[in-house]
Design a protein around this ligand. Structure first.
Ligand SMILES: Nc1nc2c(c(=O)[nH]1)N[C@H]1C(S)=C(S)[C@@H](COP(=O)(O)OP(=O)(O)OC[C@H]3O[C@@H](n4cnc5c(=O)[nH]c(N)nc54)[C@H](O)[C@@H]3O)O[C@H]1N2
Ligand SMILES: Nc1nc2c(c(=O)[nH]1)N[C@H]1C(S)=C(S)[C@@H](COP(=O)(O)OP(=O)(O)OC[C@H]3O[C@@H](n4cnc5c(=O)[nH]c(N)nc54)[C@H](O)[C@@H]3O)O[C@H]1N2
Ligand code: SF4
Ligand SMILES: [Mo]
Length: 892
């Protein structure tokens, strides 16, 4: 390890990869990033997002100073104002008139303090988190089955398993480094089988022996069918069921009643009988099975039941608590797990204690020194924003999440915040859809400045360590919250460092935690007295970590003991339900939403890295070719999608990976980067009655051609403020901005419109190249300054826009030659040069066309050949499945 480098953790997904960061220039915020060879989550590997973190830590877009009503302020005024307004509203309307909406991207220490303030001292449980939208159903599932929210498995189990079922998880894109561990395990042990259950064919199917393109929402039925099959084929683990579980008979009866006969079951799941039979036979006959599940299961109005339907099958076959086995919820955010530990959800208390248990409330009250600890559940996210809309919640503090973009029925959330009496937002970024609505903006320090801990999806606690000093006046979230708490008049928030908070959190986890009081699973009491230097040096470790298990715990429930009243695991009787809103004549398609490989959620940070913006540059809608043909939709044309709740525009991607009747749209675009690309404006606000998690994967929608009168590609060294077009997407490139535009109102005078919209392109400018064919409505304008391209405009009324790869590459050139200047007006590369096409490999910026050309010219036959020729696929490896598809398409 370089002696100047600092070990820290990636701030994106729940895999929790270790990073070694070396600051090259602190003043300019230049840092080199590499994977930490020693970190047990990734052993040195990073995916495209982790590897480009260095491109996201500049001052660009940072919120640097507190603001009140749009004016720069100072910390003292802002903190005092927040404390006073909250106190006043609580005095007038009671503690339930205020709320916090926080995030699984906070550090554990930030989260702990926010929860302590709201539940312990304000005395309301109106603190909910974006984790409600993410894994609250998984929490309900585990709590019902095990009596505690405990993820039983580890990454090691993926390597030891003989069958891995990925259900509702696109791990290849969403948990890339964990997925690569599975890929490697399969390479080393070809007998390891992988099954993907997903209505779409995703990149995760690349290593699958079997892909079950299930009818959307039918997973509960499928796993009920599996339970019935295990009973029928006598492949249950009766000993385990009898000794360690309760409720089996009822659960089996419910499963049998819903499943019906096998042919019927397969038909109801939309699957071929032989495929379903294959999965069932493999599950029944394989001793070591891990079922990995994520948002295709959780984000459902019956998500909790689906989780339990999966867990039931593992309990019934004894496939839990043993190496290579278990129901493994892949949580999404870097610290969703830490949030669960501190009790950051509106229906949990702290350290795995419950709001409705008077003994727990009393215990936490004594520990915190407060007699006003909340003793009933608060409002869950969708209800919480409804209460803001209804005016019963009058002040809200939103921290590290962007609900105007990520909540279902997002326009309603926007309206709720617009009319809310007092909105405070803490963010590290200055421009987000949510912070735009804040009266008070509080600048939080971001990744690279923050200091604390996170817990990854296998219960492993790792340190995030600071590599830079805080920018501007940005401060850690725990500091901001503690300051407000103290100014509200509460004792117990005088923390000096994050280590102070971690110690307290660890002590609470061990407080009255033994058989005399009822043992709680979450216990990190070994750290209750941790010294600052030990905390600073803390190596990654999996909880529980107690005095007797000080090395941490790889796997849970190996002893068959659970955390229910009886110590036995609970089977749940599941009656499967489909999505609440079904397609109808007006909205005949099911809209599925989710993630892309190179963007993180609402793009506030990943879109700062040019490398991450060219894999999928625009909001897109995936549709099956038959549906597209029927509706006259063209590949790369534009489409309007509508639901009962809202509408959007997206670029059409016709693909066989989508099943007929379904559409897929990524969740990422916001109003900051697109005019009409916010998919959550359309998503139904239906929730699971137990967990409150929204059904973000199934909304009935319609789709139709959106025919523009003109389209444009604009490239500019400076960001632009373009008016007067319905479709607009802004994309950051390396040294330039790219705009994809389209409008339905004919522009009467293209040259004048262009000159008015693009700075420096006025009549007088003498450094312009121009081409007009006004009859057909084609117009091009290029501005060269000191031989360099500074602005480029390509407008067409009837034709196609050029692929932008070659044009974008011109911004890296210090001087354009004559051939290039001439080619500018056609938009096509000069003869002899090829258009690189859309980026496939982000690590080495290799485009689709470059790869296809190389396959042809050099007769490349494998991913390894492409790697040695172009380096593509040899970095993070996330593009390997796309390289395989390109090899296949080149063959045909
Ligand atoms: N690149 C990237 N990675 C991320 C994130 C990101 O924003 N970008 N976010 C992180 C977070 S917070 C999370 S929660 C995770 C999410 O990780 P995942 O859950 O793996 O990701 P999603 O794309 O939301 O959805 C997973 C799959 O569920 C499928 N699905 C939809 N409906 C159904 C259904 O009815 N049944 C089944 N079986 N499947 C269905 C979708 O087609 C999709 O492929 O990703 C984490 N990792
Ligand atoms: N349709 C649809 N909607 C979804 C989903 C889906 O699959 N489909 N998935 C859901 C899921 S699983 C999730 S997790 C959510 C995610 O949705 P959000 O949480 O709303 O998305 P992010 O973009 O991650 O928002 C994090 C915000 O915190 C800021 N931030 C980053 N670091 C810090 C920090 O240290 N301190 C502070 N104060 N701010 C910080 C970022 O700039 C950003 O504004 O979206 C949900 N919404
Ligand atoms: S898999 Fe990628 S995004 Fe997830 S923690 Fe690792 S580097 Fe970060
Ligand atoms: Mo998530």
């Amino acid at each position: 390890m370089n002696p100047n480098s600092i070990k820290t953790t990636c701030p994106y997904c729940g895999v929790g990869c270790g990073i070694e960061a070396t600051v090259l220039d602190a003043g300019q915020h230049i840092v080199s990033i590499k994977g930490d060879d020693q970190h047990p989550a990734n052993f040195g590997k990073l995916c495209s997002k982790g590897a480009t973190l260095g491109d996201t830590v500049s001052l660009e877009n940072r919120l640097l100073y507190p603001e009140i009503n749009g004016q720069r302020s100072d910390w003292d005024s802002a903190l005092t104002l927040v404390a006073q307004r909250f106190n006043r509203i609580i005095a007038e309307h009671g503690p339930d008139a205020v709320a916090f909406y926080v995030s699984g991207q906070l550090l554990t220490e930030d989260y702990y303090v926010a929860n302590k303030l709201m539940k312990g001292f304000i005395g309301s449980a109106n603190i909910d988190t974006n984790s409600r939208l993410c894994m609250s159903s998984a929490v309900t599932g585990y709590k019902r089955a095990f009596g505690a929210d405990m993820v039983p498995c580890s990454y090691e189990d993926l390597e030891q398993a003989k069958l891995i079922v990925l259900v509702g998880s696109n791990a290849a894109w969403c948990h890339p480094i964990a997925f690569q561990r599975i890929r490697r395990a399969k390479e080393q042990n070809p007998a390891l089988k992988v099954v993907v259950i997903d209505p779409r064919m995703t990149s995760s199917c690349d290593i699958a022996d079997l892909h079950l393109a299930i009818k959307p929402g039918m997973d509960g039925l499928l796993f009920n069918g599996l339970l019935a099959y295990l009973a029928e084929t006598d492949t249950l683990d009766q000993d385990f069921i009898n000794t360690h579980c309760v409720g089996f008979a009822e659960s089996l009866a419910a499963a049998q009643a819903s499943a019906g006969d096998f042919a019927q079951l397969a038909a109801n799941c939309g699957l071929a009988t032989h495929d379903l039979a294959q999965l069932f036979a493999w599950f029944a006959s394989t001793s070591k099975v891990v079922t990995v599940y994520s948002q295709g299961i959780n984000q459902s109005s019956s998500g909790s039941d689906k989780c339990n339907a999966i867990i039931n099958c593992h309990l019934a076959s004894g496939k839990i608590g043993k190496p290579g086995s278990g129901p493994f919820s892949f949580t999404g955010q870097p610290n969703a797990m830490g949030g669960r530990e501190v009790g950051g959800l509106a229906n949990t208390l702290a350290a795995h204690m419950d709001l409705e248990n008077p003994l727990h409330v009393d215990r936490v009250g004594r520990f915190w020194g407060s007699d006003r600890v909340a003793n009933q559940q608060g409002l869950k996210a969708v209800d919480l924003f409804d209460a803001i809309a209804a005016g019963s919640i009058k002040a809200v503090w939103i921290i590290a999440t962007n609900p105007v973009a990520s909540m279902p029925d997002a326009d309603k959330v926007k309206r709720a915040l617009q009319q809310c009496e007092f909105v405070v937002v803490s963010d590290c970024i200055a421009n987000t859809d949510t912070i735009a609505l804040a009266q008070v903006k509080l600048p939080a320090s971001g990744w690279g400045e923050k200091d604390g801990t996170v817990t990854n999806l296998e219960r492993r606690i790792s340190r995030q360590r600071p590599i830079f000093n805080p920018y501007g006046e940005a401060r850690p979230d725990w500091w901001i919250i503690s300051q407000v708490a103290s100014r509200m008049g509460f004792a117990g928030f005088a923390y000096q460092t994050s280590a102070d908070i971690f110690r307290e959190h660890a002590a609470l986890s061990g407080f009255e935690n033994n058989s005399e009081y009822g043992k709680r699973g979450f216990d990190i009491s070994a750290f209750a007295d941790i010294e600052q230097d030990q905390y600073d040096a803390l190596p990654p470790i999996q909880w529980p970590v107690t005095k007797t298990s000080s090395a941490g715990s790889v796997r849970l429930f190996g002893d068959g003991q659970f955390y229910t009243d009886t110590g036995k695991a609970r089977f749940m009787a599941i009656v499967p339900r489909g999505p609440v809103n079904q397609p109808d004549i007006d909205y005949p398609f099911i809209l599925n939403t989710g993630r892309l490989r190179d963007q993180w959620h609402t793009m506030t940070r990943t879109a700062l890295a040019a490398k991450l913006n060219s894999h999928r540059p625009e909001p897109l809608v995936e549709i099956h070719p038959d549906d597209a043909t029927r509706l006259g939709l063209k590949h790369l044309g534009l489409a309007q999608i509508k639901s009962h709740w809202g509408e959007m525009l997206a670029r059409v991607d016709i693909t066989l990976s989508q099943q007929p009747g379904s559409l897929f749209v990524p969740m990422h675009w916001t109003a900051q980067l697109s005019s009409l690309g916010r998919v959550n404006a359309l998503v139904n606000p239906v929730v699971d009655p137990l967990s409150g998690q929204p059904e973000s994967k199934q909304t009935p929608v319609s789709i139709e051609v959106w025919q523009p009168k003109w389209q444009a590609l604009v490239l500019s060294r400076q960001p632009l403020d373009i008016r007067g077009c319905e479709y607009q997407v802004k994309i950051k490139g390396d040294g330039f901005w790219r705009y994809q535009l389209a409008g339905q109102t004919t522009i009467a005078d293209l040259p004048n419109w262009s000159r008015a919209n693009f700075p420096g392109c006025s009549e007088e400018a003498d450094d312009l190249l121009e081409f007009r064919d006004i009859d057909v409505g084609d117009y091009r304008l290029a501005r060269l300054q000191a031989q360099q391209l500074s602005t480029y405009v390509f407008i067409t009324n009837k034709g196609e826009l050029p692929e932008p790869g070659w044009l974008c590459s011109l911004f890296a050139k210090t001087e354009l030659n004559r051939k290039e200047r001439l080619s500018l007006l056609s938009g096509l590369p000069p003869q002899g040069e090829i258009e690189v096409g859309r980026t496939v490999c982000s690590c080495f910026s290799v485009g689709e066309k470059t790869i296809l050309q190389a396959i042809k010219t050099h007769q490349l036959a494998s991913v390894a050949d492409i790697g040695s020729c172009l380096s593509a696929g040899t970095g993070c490896g996330s593009c390997v499945s796309e390289l395989k598809s390109l090899l296949d398409s080149a063959k045909n």
